[in-house]
Ligand binder design. Structure first.
Ligand code: FCB
Length: 411
């Protein structure tokens, strides 16, 4: 099979999020819930990345990364309403400068799930002033970091946040089955995004501004069964088409977070009847493979999703893709197969500009705690040492050659 190539300038790296790696993020709503015992584990020192970012970026560089996605912790930058903390802003400026010094393109997420407690207490995304308050923060950050950053991601996975915070109740404000609130929150996040988009472009006309959209590939389990087709259509509408329609006109690129396919069938899945349930059986002639979190491994879904999303007519960046596993061979295969899927779409004209692995390090996986292992580097939570996994070496090889063999893509 021929090699598939990534063009010169293609972004290859990894992603993290502040609360999952930095440690001691005491000012946000997740920390508060952790202290109240509403999470099975506390983030605590996480990976101590706030102190160790230089070492972590040096590792990324020596393993061939030329891009890195990370998030700013709003609660550090604006610990109380309208009061901005220079030390935190200075820190993030150093983070960006360090990446630039290493020739690693910074991709900056302004908001990755966690909210300052004062903002959460004022109603969070459901408060009438949410977009305005977010805009004030964005304005301040953009003036501080300014032209050092080219790629901005305003908000991470609005649909995932709404699901966990307002429907399943795992995340603050821990509401359950509040579908109306979930819909309102997604609308509010879109408003906040639009405001941030305008602010960023005012301050920095050549900025590339996007969101990171969770883009599961939805398919009916029995394509000939109209009921399965109907729930798949509904689920894709709710998770992909409607949210994207809200953001579409204010995007310079779309961040695509892809982990899995949703193979769905008619039936009661525990949340909403319209969305059916996940197909619990093997499928067709191919055995299905799953991660430690029970997410189906399906590289073909990434390939097909990129083709679907190409219809939006925007540059696409894979802003998250990865696997929670303790099986290192499986992690390497996952990496190869998904990169081959990206390269194949690219070769067919889909405008993909980058691929970021989730995650650089093992980290705090929200309500699943520290057990899931997503890192290219293993984090030792006692010594805080990082150890490269086989996938880190494979990543370096692929990045060095800027090619991946098509043969390694199995369906
Ligand atoms: C995504 C989140 C990210 C991480 C991965 C596994 O939904 O954006 O923070 O938790 O899943």
């Amino acid at each position: 099979m021929p090699d598939l190539h990534f063009p010169q300038g293609f972004l290859l790296g990894a992603a993290t999020a502040a609360h999952q790696v930095e440690g001691d993020n005491r000012g946000n709503d997740f920390w508060r819930s952790e202290m109240l015992g509403l999470f099975p584990e506390r983030s605590g020192e996480a990976c101590r990345h706030y102190a160790l970012f230089r070492e972590d970026f040096a590792l990324a560089r020596s393993f061939g990364h030329n891009a890195h996605r990370f998030s700013l912790e709003w609660s550090r930058i604006e610990p109380s309403p309208g009061r901005f903390d220079d030390a935190a802003l200075h820190h993030y400026r150093e983070v960006v400068e360090e990446l630039r010094r290493l020739a690693i393109e910074p991709i900056v997420t302004l908001q990755h799930f966690t909210l300052p407690v004062w903002f959460a207490d004022a109603g969070g995304w459901l408060a009438p002033r949410a977009a305005e308050l977010f805009g004030r923060y964005v304005q301040h950050v953009a003036s501080w970091l300014g032209p050092r950053v080219r790629f901005w991601i305003t908000v991470n996975e609005p649909t995932v946040w709404a699901k966990h915070a307002l429907v399943l109740g795992h995340w603050p404000p821990h509401r359950r089955h509040d579908w109306r609130a979930a819909a309102r929150a997604i609308l509010a996040l879109a408003r906040a995004h639009r405001r941030a988009y305008a602010i960023l472009h005012r301050i920095q006309p050549d900025a590339w501004v996007g969101i990171a959209h969770s883009a599961p590939f939805v398919e009916p389990a029995r394509p000939r069964d109209p009921r399965d087709r109907w729930v798949a259509w509904m689920r894709d509408l709710a998770l992909n088409r409607l949210p994207l329609a809200l953001f579409r006109r204010h995007l310079d690129f779309l961040g695509v977070n892809y982990y899995t396919r949703a193979l769905v069938c008619w039936g009661w899945g525990g949340t909403a009847p319209l969305f059916g349930r996940d197909w619990p059986y093997p499928h067709g002639s191919t055995p299905r493979r799953f991660s430690d979190l029970g997410w189906e491994i399906h590289p073909e879904g990434l390939y097909r999703q990129l083709h679907r999303l190409a219809r939006l007519g925007l540059p696409l960046m894979v802003t998250e893709n990865g696997i929670a596993t303790r099986d290192e061979l499986l992690r390497v295969r996952f990496l190869e197969e998904h990169l081959a899927a990206v390269a194949r779409a690219l070769a067919e004209g889909v405008p993909v500009i980058g691929y970021l692995w989730w995650s650089l390090l093992d980290n705090f996986e929200w309500h699943c705690g520290f057990a899931p292992r997503f890192g290219l580097f293993e984090t030792d939570y006692v010594t805080f040492a990082r150890h490269p996994r086989p996938a880190a070496f494979r990543f370096a090889e692929i990045a060095g050659q800027r090619s991946v063999t098509a043969a390694s893509e199995a369906h």
